[in-house]
Design a protein around this ligand. Structure first.
Ligand code: FAD
Length: 467
């Protein structure tokens, strides 16, 4: 059979790949997307969306526990993870199937199978029944994503030692769970399982939870979780695990070198992700790969080989869906000669959707100091915000780090209600190169949570109104 030629061939149908495919089609390209699994990638199927569905359930469970203050009481309050888990799958499946509709609408061909570079503008696709076909294009975009890191001391079986995927498919909350790794994924699952009655212990090798966030955000979140009964061991490394049928005995070493033991029913290994780049024919085709396995790209996502590009998790930097989608658009627009500039990796928001939510953009206070900026910090606690008080969620703050010389917003950090929505204000402010003064002067509606953004900005100028 003759090779089929397209203007753009995308390998991987996750957020990076499907967004790139749609943008390519909008720009008049004939596009094919090779995806071996469901369209939507990790994000829609086993990442962003199902976790957010479960976190919404967890928030409702926690709110029900506080409902008496609203005059709502339950005689026999109980919560059951099963229906929430089913709901999360329904939402994930609905959204993932929406990508197929978008492909139809944009006349993008979904080729079901596994893609591998053949060289000279060709990709070989192995279909599920073992058949092979070749597709040709001058522009081959690799968007093959990442998978959970499996560490030798804690081999993932998704029965007793879960990856994030295993943690999404449980019908019942276990009596006890050790969460190894306190990044965004670990903290989101700690929140979900704690809400459904599991005794959760978090073990983190670095000296604080959410280590990439501002130190104030980490300590505020840890305090909040502790109040709900979650236990923490930071600066602690898992050294050994004896995995039985019904339990796991973990040994971990604390920062002083002392060994501790913990017996739990299940373990979630949330120690990061590795790129899916081994079996793509990269080496054979001379595509440069970093020592960690990420495809090396330039500011327009071009790899070291002409006509081959990489976007999303497989190209490294922040492993986030919004960064992946942005890269898809930037890359395809550059291919079409419509470049609107590169991705601004310094303005990628970080979000953790546990309760309270944590979000940030730009430099932490410590990073700003290390980089030699002369800074002023504004911090506005939610207890000073009428809407937060009315809603009953007052843990946390909005914090702004300002460069005194130009009043540039160096960084913003939010812990609290709708932090992951509010952070977008700072992302836009930074994108438009706004100053802290401008963040305040743009009028914020009253009473809203967004007023705390303006108040924190004022705080960085030493003149908060409501504090
Ligand atoms: P992926 O989503 O990994 O998609 C890659 C696709 O390529 C997959 O569908 C795979 O089947 C396919 N593929 C791989 N190799 C081949 C091949 N050779 N041939 C054909 N197909 C192939 N990010 C956020 O921004 N917000 C969140 O709230 C968030 N929550 C998360 C929660 C969890 C539990 C996890 C695990 C991740 C979360 N992420 C979140 C991260 C986010 O899911 C990823 O950054 C995002 O999915 C990356 O998109 P991608 O398209 O690069 O890769």
């Amino acid at each position: 059979m003759a090779d089929k030629k397209f203007d753009l061939v995308v390998v991987g149908g996750g957020p990076a790949g499907y967004v790139a495919a749609i943008r390519g089609s909008q720009l008049g390209m004939q596009v094919a997307c090779i995806e071996e699994d469901n369209l939507g990638g990790v994000c829609l199927n086993v990442g962003c969306i199902p976790t957010k569905a479960l976190l919404s359930s967890a928030l409702l469970v926690n709110d029900c526990k506080l409902a008496a203050a609203h005059g709502i009481t339950f005689d026999n309050f109980r919560s059951d993870l099963g229906p929430a888990q089913k709901r999360s799958r329904d939402i994930a499946e609905k959204l993932a199937s929406g990508v197929a509709h978008l492909f139809n609408k944009n006349k993008i061909l979904h080729i079901k199978g596994r893609g591998r570079l053949l060289g000279e503008g060709s990709v070989e696709v192995t279909s599920l029944d073992g058949g092979h076909e070749t597709y040709r294009s001058d522009h081959i975009l690799l968007a093959t994503g990442s998978r959970p890191r499996d560490i030798p001391v804690l081999p993932i079986d998704d029965t007793t030692v879960w990856s994030s995927t295993g943690a999404l498919f449980q019908q019942q909350a276990p009596a006890s769970l050790a969460v190894v790794g306190a990044g965004a994924v670990g903290m989101e699952f700690a929140d979900i399982y704690n809400a459904y009655g599991t005794k959760v212990t978090v073990i983190e090798a670095l000296d604080r939870i959410l280590p990439i966030e501002d130190a104030d955000s980490s300590s505020t979140l840890q305090r909040s979780f502790k109040k709900r009964g979650v236990q923490f061991h930071t600066g602690a490394k898992v050294k050994d695990a004896i995995i039985g049928e019904d339990s796991v005995q973990l040994s971990f070493e604390d920062k002083n070198g002392s060994t501790h033991r913990l017996e739990v029913e299940k373990v979630l290994s949330a120690v990061g992700r590795v790129p899916n780049t081994e079996d793509l024919g990269l080496k054979e085709n001379g595509v440069e790969v970093s020592p960690e396995g990420y495809i090396v790209v330039d500011h327009h996502l071009k790899s070291s080989v002409r006509g081959i590009y990489a976007i999303g998790d497989c190209a490294g930097k922040q492993l986030l869906a919004h960064k992946a989608m942005h890269e898809g658009v930037v890359c395809v627009e550059a291919i079409a000669g419509e470049s609107h500039g590169a991705v601004d990796y310094a303005n990628v928001p970080n979000c953790t959707y546990c309760h309270p939510e944590v979000a940030s953009v730009g430099l932490t206070e410590a990073q700003a100091r290390e980089q030699g900026f002369d800074i002023e910090v504004g911090k506005f606690p939610w207890v000073g915000n009428g809407r937060a008080l009315a809603g009953g969620h007052t843990e946390g703050f909005v914090k702004v780090v300002r460069d005194k010389e130009y009043s540039e917003i160096l960084g913003a950090h939010i812990v609290g209600p709708h932090a992951t929505e509010l952070i977008a204000e700072f992302v836009v402010g930074r994108h438009l190169e706004g100053t802290v003064e401008e963040m305040d002067r743009a009028m914020h509606p009253h009473p809203t949570l967004s007023e705390a953004v303006a108040e924190a900005a004022l705080g960085a100028l030493g003149r908060t109104i409501h504090l």
